[in-house]
Design a protein around this ligand. Structure first.
Ligand code: GUN
Length: 296
């Protein structure tokens, strides 16, 4: 029987509805409106499309949202000054600098400049450290979205064998860290595979939950998957254009073949993707609540 499809689109919609109500309650009780600024440097088409979607969603949820677009040749010092301005703006609770940045700008320096309390991406080393010790305020958005997909589809992580393919700072390392915490929706045994792994299939075949963030199509084929596994495909690979002129996407997993073997699988598009933006919204509401000292 083909795998059950885990629809990020539907789960994200449900969470957004919850967030919309939370935003209204926060407004009503404290007068505070969650504020999000998205800073875009240059015009990288993928980044433009991500930032546009983030702005659209934040407006739908009733946030105060600002799109701050800067030229590709902005000086690093000017970008740091801009971040500092938003660090001190009380109407802004979340600051997101869209990555990647142009080569002349030091990405690490920029991420360090964001006030950790407003770091709704969860990329600041203070927040990375807090995640490591199980004290996170903000989980990075894509891994947080993966955890929500597992929780909300009733996938048991407690004691599960989880294998993560990919060790990026944005997905692989944080999702491994999230799922190994002694917490609800976690407490798994986690293995991370990467380009230095000697026998990738040996590990992936043991996975009850297989999370793939390798960055290339067909990185995981059916022979690498255990019968009945839950497969989360984080890949977003552009493989051409649709007749309507939209980017044609595929994940990192050989979807059609793996679908015949897995118990459940996320599609691309419509799996992890919609969850990432939703988690950014969740973090922004949390940042506003923390700033207001509101527990409701
Ligand atoms: N570029 C690709 N993914 C992300 C993300 O989650 N946050 C930011 N800031 N930039 C990205």
């Amino acid at each position: 029987m083909p795998a059950k499809l885990i629809s990020g689109t539907e789960i994200a919609k449900m969470i957004r509805e919850e967030l919309k109500q939370e935003t209204e309650r926060l407004k009503e009780k404290t007068g505070i409106v969650p504020g999000l600024v998205t800073i875009l440097v240059g015009e990288n088409p993928a980044s433009v499309s991500y930032v546009t979607a983030k702005q659209k969603t934040s407006k739908e949820l009733g946030f105060h949202s600002i799109q701050d677009s800067q030229p590709a040749d902005i000086k690093e010092a000017d970008l740091l000054k801009l971040i500092d301005k938003y660090n001190h703006d009380p109407s802004i609770h979340g600051i997101l600098v869209q990555l990647p940045l142009p080569k002349h700008i030091n990405e690490t320096k920029v991420l360090y400049a964001i006030d950790p309390k407003k770091d709704v991406d969860g990329f600041h080393p203070v927040n990375v450290g807090k995640l490591m010790i199980g004290e996170a305020d903000y989980l990075p958005c894509t891994p947080a979205g993966i955890q929500q997909l597992l929780i909300r589809t009733g996938v048991k992580t407690d004691g599960a064998e989880v294998v993560v393919v990919g060790r990026s700072n944005i997905v692989g390392k944080p999702i491994a860290n999230i799922l190994l915490q002694k917490q609800k929706g976690a407490n798994a045994t986690v293995t991370i595979c990467h380009t230095g792994t000697k026998d990738m299939a040996f590990h992936t075949r043991r996975a009850e939950i297989l999370i793939v963030a390798a960055g290339k199509p067909n990185a995981v084929t059916a022979d690498m998957v255990k019968e009945g596994a839950v497969v989360i495909d984080v890949g977003v690979n552009r493989i051409g254009m649709t007749p309507e002129g939209k980017a044609k996407l595929c994940g990192d997993v050989d979807f059609e073949a793996v679908r015949e073997k897995a118990a459940a699988i996320t599609p691309v598009p419509g799996g992890v993707g919609p969850m990432t933006i939703t988690m950014l919204m969740m973090n922004t509401v949390k940042a506003a609540k923390l700033a207001a000292g509101f527990q409701g």
